[in-house]
Ligand binder design. Structure first.
Ligand code: GDP
Length: 693
């Protein structure tokens, strides 16, 4: 049995970065330096180590795992995968939900890029304590201090260097540790596996003193007691600095800054020390509050078991793997748990801790652990797992409904089954991706959060499931809603031999605020409609909402009240009331000034100044709104909002327009009304295509 880990020695962290900052390389190096069976420095032959490292790479250090565990100086570190692409906001948010701290990675040349900004603010929303690592110090143009300033000014963070670089670009050799006031050099001959400390070279002393003073001052500001000591003595001890740095980082008042070059094997070990010293253990953060009941979950092993399933992965060999974060209590492999979200009992088959190059079977998982489970057949992302006699409900992870759809067919008819299986597995993994079948056109339809999202799905089908598929034109997921209230009676009466049908309902429709969904209110008094038929009416209304009367799109954000009606002793039935609910809703909805809604995306384009004109007009031509234009390291950053329906093929258009020099990212923001004339056109086309009357 795996020994129980001391909770104070657990660090669950993520690495946040925009694409290309070096997240993969840094993660690989972290796993390479830590968690190894041999001791650092054991192998003295540089060539042998290189060899070993290459082999390791060939075998594939698995950082594709949703959560990879390793150890560093007696601490269990679990790296939680955080996607680098902001188009996958949901993925970023769900990883932020389960991690306790993060490394924000920046490129020493590129600095704070628009995408890093977005992820940073998301992590602030989830109160995630952070360290910063300025990578690529070996690159031409690397500028540590400029990036520190950008983090302060553009992200508003109290960024405090804990190390400063020794040399830069080709001459980058190591770092000066401002806590211990020692120079750390990484041994080039040895893949940077070994490093040694020396006294700070004389010519670097002045700079080191200046930045040490800055560190001490920033630390002293965090505590009255230390401030007093600092004012009296002019310095603090390494222990005092370390202690306050930890507290201030966890309280998110300070962001310690480290630097290095992952590629050249420098600085990563000092970063790992920072993770251990400054980022919180699971029991150092405020307890998680349950959604129902509002009580707090203490991260201790004796408390009732509660865990959040945060990621599902279809593994080639093991089948469905569910990653869970345990918030309190313990669980053993081979026992049953209760999925309180779905009210289902589930069996924990195996419990696995995923390492870089192996999986470890474990017997138990405890509060603070992030592990993979084999065997949770009916569990989906965002579900709470607990004990049946002590049900707990964690706040569910909210996933927006897909906003774009395309039809998909395999190139070879023989692959039909494989396509179905692949799509099912991918939909299992990704709650923002859905698969449906259109009866009218006999097509398989896949839906997701954007063109890029679906492109990646199609690519994964090819790579992971061996199915080459072609897709149709993307279609936007429009919705319908009402803009005013309407009310009135509807009678469903049929007398045609045999038993008749009778249902009489009086409904009131009211628009709700965007995002409020559907609300059904029963206002029947005096048994005018027997209680057994009330759910029938609701069911009918829900059916009516699936395909709205305006253009056949789903209806959202409505309250429907059933305020009166009547029934017939013999002729009333569940079916009759469902029919009345459905038809009554449709009739009243048509009177409530229906409106078509379309998804709007927030857009960011980073472009050289020369192309500002065409870029701005490309946004306006697409019915977009420009919200800001700022300078960002020699580029212009244009932010705005655009309707998704106008954005198909934008990446090609932008490439052509700017000779490939501009980049953009966008993600779903909210629904907005389609301008009336356009809505009429869309509705007409759709009615013609679908024969919706
Ligand atoms: P990711 O997209 O954030 O995962 O970034 P990668 O780790 O894949 O790195 C992107 C590119 O930057 C690759 O070509 C890496 O070899 C390179 N890279 C990563 N770290 C460094 C570094 O410290 N110095 C230099 N010069 N290149 C680096």
């Amino acid at each position: 049995m795996a020994a129980k880990t001391d909770l104070s020695k657990v660090r669950n962290i993520g690495i946040m970065a925009h694409i290309d900052a070096g997240k993969t390389t840094v993660s690989e190096r972290i796993l390479f330096y830590s968690g190894k069976t041999h001791k650092v420095g054991e192998v003295h032959d540089g060539a042998a180590v290189m060899d070993w490292m290459e082999q390791e790479q060939e075998r594939g250090i698995t950082i594709t795992s949703a959560a990879t565990s390793t150890t560093w100086k007696g601490h269990q570190i679990t790296l939680i995968d955080t996607p680098g692409h902001v188009d996958f906001t949901v993925e970023v948010e769900r990883s932020l939900r389960v991690l306790d701290g993060a490394i924000a990675l920046f490129c020493a040349v590129g600095g704070v890029q628009p995408q890093s900004e977005k992820v940073w603010y998301q992590s602030e929303k989830y109160n995630v304590p952070k360290l910063a690592f300025i990578n690529k110090m070996d690159r031409v143009g690397a500028d540590f201090f400029s990036v520190v300033e950008q983090i302060q000014q553009e992200l508003g963070a109290n960024a405090v260097p804990v190390v400063v670089p020794i040399g830069k670009e080709d001459d980058f050799r190591g770092v000066i540790d401002l806590v211990t006031m020692k120079a750390i050099y990484y041994d080039e001959s040895n893949s940077g596996q070994t490093y040694h400390e020396e006294d700070i070279p004389a010519e670097k002393m002045e700079k080191a003193r200046k930045w040490r003073a800055n560190l001490v001052e920033k630390c002293a500001e965090q505590s009255d007691e230390l401030l007093e000591k600092f004012l009296e003595e002019g310095d603090l001890t390494a222990d005092e600095i370390q202690g306050i740095l930890r507290r201030a980082t966890i309280a998110r008042r300070v962001v310690p800054v480290y630097c290095g070059s992952a590629f050249k094997n420098k600085g990563v070990q000092r970063l790992l020390d920072g993770v251990v010293c400054c980022l919180p253990a699971p029991n150092e953060l405020p307890p998680v509050i349950c959604e129902r009941g509002g009580h707090q979950l203490e991260p201790n092993t004796e408390a009732p078991f509660a865990a959040l399933a945060f990621k599902i992965v279809a593994d080639k060999h093991m089948g469905k793997l569910t990653y869970m974060r345990v918030y309190s209590g313990s669980i053993e492999a081979g026992t049953n748990v209760y999925n309180s979200t779905r009210e289902k009992r589930q069996r924990i088959g195996r419990l696995l801790r995923m390492h870089a190059n192996r999986q470890e079977n474990i017997d138990e998982a405890h509060a603070g652990d992030i592990v993979a489970v084999v065997g949770l057949a009916d569990t989906k992302t965002g579900d709470t797992l607990c004990m049946e006699d002590k049900p707990i409900y964690l706040e569910a992870i909210e996933f927006p409904a897909p906003v774009i759809s395309i039809s998909i067919v395999p190139e070879s008819r023989n692959d039909n089954e494989k396509l179905g299986e692949g799509l099912r597995r991918l939909a299992d993994e990704d709650p923002t991706f859905t698969v449906s079948f259109d009866d009218e056109t006999s097509e398989t339809i896949i839906s997701g959060m954007g063109e890029l999202h679906l492109e990646i799905i199609v690519d994964r089908l090819r790579r992971e499931f061996g199915v080459v598929a072609t897709v149709g034109r993307p279609e936007v997921a429009y919705r319908e809603t009402a803009t005013t209230s309407s009310e009135g009676p509807y009678k469903h009466v049929k007398q045609s031999g045999g038993r008749g049908q009778f249902a009489h309902v009086c409904l009131r429709l009211e628009p709700l605020n965007p995002g409020e969904g559907f609300d059904f209110v029963n206002e029947i008094k005096g048994g005018h409609i027997p209680s057994e038929y009330i759910p029938s009416v609701e069911k009918g209304v829900v059916k009516g909402m699936l395909s709205g009367p305006y253009a056949g799109y789903p209806v959202v954000d409505m309250r429907v009240a059933l305020y009166d009606g009547s029934y017939h002793e013999v002729d009333s039935s569940d079916f009759a009331f469902q029919t009345a609910g459905r038809a009554g809703f449709k009739e009243l909805f048509a009177k409530a000034r229906p409106q078509l809604l379309e998804p709007w995306m927030s857009l960011e384009v980073s472009t050289p100044e020369d192309y500002m004109g065409p870029v701005s007009s490309s946004i306006c031509q697409r019915r977009g709104r420009i919200e800001s234009m700022n300078d960002q390291h020699g580029y212009k950053l244009v932010r705005g909002m655009v309707p998704l329906s106008e954005m198909f093929g934008y990446s090609n258009a932008l490439r052509t327009m700017t000779q490939g020099r501009a980049t953009f990212s966008m993600h779903f923001e909210h629904y907005e009304a389609v301008p009336f004339a356009l809505a009429e056109e869309i509705a007409k086309k759709r009615r013609e295509a679908k024969k919706v009357n």
